[in-house]
Write a protein of this length. Structure first.
Length: 853
């Protein structure tokens, strides 16, 4: 069947400039519709010329255009052509083009389209064959064709019309559509705006409770530590204005019931570099003021109703007496300590100097202070009673005598040549904790109040050291990770959930009335949960518990519950419960599973309700298509198994923890996950079960032997055997024997495997952005936050260029690793890193993947 071609060139000189010509995309869409109409009519070759007269001022009434929808021919967005580009002044539809030298406006094209559509109904089509949405569909399809890259790849706002939450891909879909699916949205939120500094103010109420006794009470939880510091300083000014800071004055610090003891909502990690530096100086001035007031006989007392963490713990330890309600002690609900030390938030020098004076004889402040928050109040009183005592005179003398004894003993060991380690550092593998040890050693050179001059000098050096460290990459990465986790708590979800949320546990199932509420099953893998859902849907109808949040396991473990629901959100912990936490809560991986008949609006509403619950519980989360963390663990297990046959396990563990900054050994990490779990993940993803395709190592060995003169029995040096029939030991030792792996080789191979799988997840749409992979690697692989995550560590260390060069060498020449991902090659050509990875580069890599299949 021959087709009609409509091609025109536009000239601004040929018609009235005041005439409306429309945008290029609108004209392009109309031209497409004209050609489609001619093609459906089946007429022969025809070159269409549009007259420049009789301009129509309005569009044809919609009543004349009803019937079949034109959008059926545009089910899939097309990839933009990349081979040739037409001149900007012409638009061509169908090949080969046939040009007409005419002037054309948008209104003339609309008139022509109206004529063709009217004729089409008379030629062979039944009446009412064009949908009233044909004009809109034509415009939208043309915009998708023109802007495929920008519209599909955008990750800023949710696009419900392009989301597909089905967990399985249809095998009947064409290969080209597989690449388009990668752009589908996973997020349904926008980040909340930062609260202005003017809204961070807080008031500490000053109450005169008795003669020369004042109570400083906190009645609302402050937003930041800096506002807290200023408020306490102003409260002390009021006390000083009312009475002299002299002997006999008692100042009591306490917070209202339900409010943590002077603990702000926002972490110091959320502040800027300059603000954190100034905050440390302000805290030091405040605590030095309290220390000087104590020298004049002022007594500070802390009364705890709730826990005291970070800044609250600093204020707590600066007080002379500590009082806790007996009911709180029996319930072990109160903790005091510094959970953010491992993340780079350190107490002021004055606080550490005071704590060091109350520790035991052989206790070091650098090792004790970071774990104080792990003890309950009763455990803290038993383990470190000196920290809670007010009378320290006898304790200080005993500690001084013990230090003198240790000094003499160490000097004697040095004179006798005994190998004694004089280092006071205990955290060598963690770079932040290593710096923390240096910070504590610098401040522990004095006895606090005993020598104010030495204490002030040490504090000044400590502040300068801390301010310098705040600008380093390790501290900046840690702050970025913490901010990303905390930002999840205040995301603005779209759509906003309209239903109430009920948490269902096996212990309260008999007391819950579901109704229209959104259910959260805390133990979704239990039989009680499955029975609860089955009974309610059987007796109350299928409209009850249509969607829910399932927690406590991965998609495989909660499959029985998922099969009973129309739409389920599965929240899987990224780390086993026995592994160390980040201090900001245990991150979960969220996956949405829906039946095919579920509408997109219901999918978005279900996901939004589930995320609203997680945010209300301050649980950090990432949204993926499933198994993002498990895939990284499985790839790590595969590479560790290969490396274990070539190097010692102890060496591999040391490299992973010291070079890649794993918080625990990788083999221990695999034990925590369990081999059955890792094997199930490998079965779910076929590429993990395929044998790695690498070039034969024999090619490299034989080529090297020939170059060195070991060409065989005809050569002077022989081959594997000498000319005399003996085994050639030189060949066996130089070419065939297993090469000993260095620390660099082990580090690179572990990095290769993890980066390759990360690139695969970016390309197949399992995750939406590089930041998600960084958070997954920190949660699932236990990388330290100071790395910034796997891909951030790569950008700041090895770099993509060096990584790709080494991967190509190890893959092609050594046969030790799989080939690098196409994404790395495209990034090299575009001169980009993972930090600067653009949507265009990711789109180009996906096109190459589709072309290679």
């Amino acid at each position: 069947m021959a087709c009609c071609r409509v091609v025109t060139s536009f000239s601004g000189k040929a018609h009235n400039p005041a005439a409306s010509r429309g945008s290029g995309s609108e004209i392009n869409g109309l031209l497409r519709e004209i050609n489609d109409l001619w093609k459906r009519r089946g007429v022969g070759e025809h070159k269409r010329s549009v007259s420049a007269s009789k301009l129509r001022q309005t569009w044809t009434p919609a009543a004349a255009l009803t019937g079949r929808s034109h959008t059926e021919t545009h089910e899939r967005p097309a990839f933009p052509a990349t081979s040739t580009h037409l001149p900007l002044g012409s638009v061509a539809i169908e090949d080969p083009p046939a040009f007409t030298d005419i002037a054309c406006t948008l209104q003339e094209l609309e008139e022509e389209l109206f004529k063709l559509s009217a004729k089409e109904s008379a030629v062979g089509e039944p009446e009412n064959c064009v949908d009233t949405d044909m004009q809109k569909a034509g415009y939208e399809c043309d915009e998708r064709d023109k802007n495929t890259v920008s519209s599909v790849r955008c990750s800023q706002d949710p696009q419900p019309e392009t989301m597909d939450f089905a967990p399985m891909e249809s095998p009947a879909e064409p290969c080209v559509f597989a690449a388009v699916r990668h752009y589908e949205k996973l997020s349904c939120w926008v980040d909340a705006e930062d609260v202005p500094a003017s809204n961070n103010a807080v008031t500490v109420h000053v109450l005169k409770s008795a003669n020369r006794a004042f109570t400083l009470e906190l009645r609302e939880r402050p937003r930041c530590a800096r506002a807290m510091t200023l408020a306490i300083g102003q409260a002390l000014n009021e006390v000083e204005a009312a009475t002299e800071l002299s002997e006999g004055l008692v100042v009591v610090f306490r917070s209202a019931p339900g409010i943590p003891f002077f603990t702000p909502l926002r972490s110091e990690l959320e502040l800027s570099y300059l603000t954190r530096a100034e905050l440390l100086r302000e805290k030091e001035r405040l605590f030095c003021r309290m220390r000087e007031a104590r020298l004049h006989g002022v007594l500070f007392r802390a009364e705890l109703n709730e826990s005291a963490l970070d800044f609250g713990a600093e204020l707590f330890f600066m007080c002379d007496r500590k009082i806790v309600l007996e009911s709180k002690v029996s319930g072990s609900a109160i903790t005091v300590g510094f959970p953010s030390i491992a993340l780079g938030v350190w107490p002021a020098p004055c606080v550490l100097q005071r704590i060091s004076r109350f520790l035991g004889y052989n206790e070091r402040v650098g090792l004790v202070v970071p774990i104080l928050h792990t003890f309950s109040w009763s455990e803290l009183n038993e383990t470190h009673p000196g920290l809670l005592q007010s009378d320290r005179s006898l304790h200080w003398l005993k500690k001084k005598a013990y230090k003198l004894f240790r000094l003499q003993w160490n000097w004697l060991c040095y004179l006798l040549g005994w190998g004694t380690n004089f280092s006071s550092k205990g955290n060598h593998k963690d770079i932040l904790m290593h710096r923390w040890d240096d910070y504590c050693a610098l401040l522990d050179t004095t006895e606090g109040d005993a020598d104010a001059v030495l204490a002030a000098e040490a504090a000044s050096r400590g502040i300068n050291m801390y301010v310098t460290l705040l600008g380093t990459t390790d501290f900046c990465n840690t702050a970025s990770v913490t901010m990303a986790l905390r930002r999840m708590r205040s995301r603005v979800l779209n759509p906003l959930t309209q239903r109430s949320i009920i948490e269902v546990r096996p212990t309260n199932m008999n007391e819950i009335k579901v109704g229209e509420a959104f259910c959260v099953f805390a133990e979704a893998s239990s039989h009680a949960t499955v029975r609860f859902i089955t009974e309610h849907r059987s007796f109350s109808g299928n409209d009850v518990i249509r969607s829910a949040l399932l927690m406590g396991g991965d998609a495989a473990s909660v499959k029985d519950a998922t099969d009973l629901l129309d739409c389920a959100v599965v929240a899987t912990p990224l780390r086993p419960f026995k592994l160390p936490s980040l201090g900001e809560g245990d991150m979960v991986e969220v996956q949405l599973l829906c039946a095919p008949h579920v509408s997109e609006s219901q999918q978005w509403e279900t996901l939004s309700s589930a995320l609203a619950y997680l945010q209300s519980r301050e649980v950090p989360y990432i949204v993926t298509r499933g198994d993002a963390g498990a895939r990284l663990v499985a790839v790590l297990a595969l590479e560790l198994s290969r490396l274990a046959t070539e190097a010692e396990v102890q060496l591999i563990e040391a490299v992973a923890m010291e070079e890649l900054r794993f918080r625990i050994g990788p083999f221990q990490l695999l034990d925590h996950y369990g081999m059955a779990h890792i094997a199930n993940v490998m079965r779910r993803h076929s590429h993990l079960m395929d044998e790695r395709r690498v070039p034969a190592i024999a090619s490299r060995v034989l080529s090297a032997m020939e170059v060195e003169g070991f060409g065989g029995e005809s050569s002077r040096r022989g081959g594997f055997y000498t000319r005399y029939g003996d085994l050639n030991l030189e060949v066996a030792t130089e070419f065939v024997v297993r090469r000993k792996l260095s620390r660099s080789d082990i580090c690179l191979r572990l990095l290769f495997a993890l980066v390759n799988e990360s690139c695969r997840m970016l390309l197949d749409g399992c995750v939406e952005a590089v930041d998600v992979i960084n958070l997954v690697s920190i949660g699932a692989l236990t990388l330290h936050p100071s790395t910034g995550g796997l891909l951030s560590y790569l950008d700041g260390g090895v770099g993509c260029v060096t990584l790709l060069r080494n991967m190509n060498y190890m893959s092609r020449e050594m046969g030790a690793t799989a080939p690098p991902s196409p994404l790395l090659q495209v990034m090299l050509e575009a001169d980009e890193t993972f930090c600067t990875l653009s949507p265009e580069t990711l789109y180009e890599a996906r096109q190459r993947c589709v072309g290679n299949t």
